[in-house]
Design a protein around this ligand. Structure first.
Ligand code: FAD
Length: 108
């Protein structure tokens, strides 16, 4: 099986990059497909205990994917990642900076 840390870094890169190119005004169809995608992603994630936890987190109605705009989806993904960060004893990321990190690049 793939290394859980390497898989994680590659997966977060993919997931945050998807939010970075997500439309500012997604159609109702795309919003619905995006929710479905996240549900299936969580189910198929190739680290079984990660998948189990991520599915449980997403099943709480407060954590249901928010996909109504790029900013909403980007922040939701950041919160999802922070859930895992906290679980692993890592520092929480400041979600006001998600776009700078994943879309526009750091301003420094
Ligand atoms: P990562 O956490 O992989 O982050 C990569 C980069 O993303 C960071 O360097 C930072 O620049 C940026 N970043 C960090 N936090 C955020 C944020 N909140 N929003 C936006 N950008 C951010 N590992 C386990 O051991 N157990 C698990 O149960 C587990 N569950 C996972 C569930 C999912 C769905 C995924 C995708 C990964 C999971 N992982 C799990 C892997 C774990 O999250 C890390 O990817 C791995 O530990 C490597 O961590 P890292 O410190 O290199 O950085």
């Amino acid at each position: 099986p793939p290394d859980v840390e390497e898989l994680g870094r590659a997966s977060w890169t993919l997931l945050h990059s998807i939010t970075a190119t997500y439309p500012e005004k997604p159609s109702p169809q795309l919003q619905s497909e995006t929710k479905t995608f996240m549900g299936i992603f969580a189910k198929l994630y190739p680290c079984w205990y990660c998948a189990k936890d991520f599915q449980q987190w997403m099943q709480d109605e407060r954590n249901a994917p928010r996909v109504s705009s790029r900013d909403e989806f980007g922040r939701w993904m950041c919160e999802a990642h922070n859930h895992v960060n906290v679980r692993l004893g890592k520092k929480e990321f400041d979600c006001t900076l998600w776009e700078e990190r994943w879309r526009t690049g750091w301003k420094d």
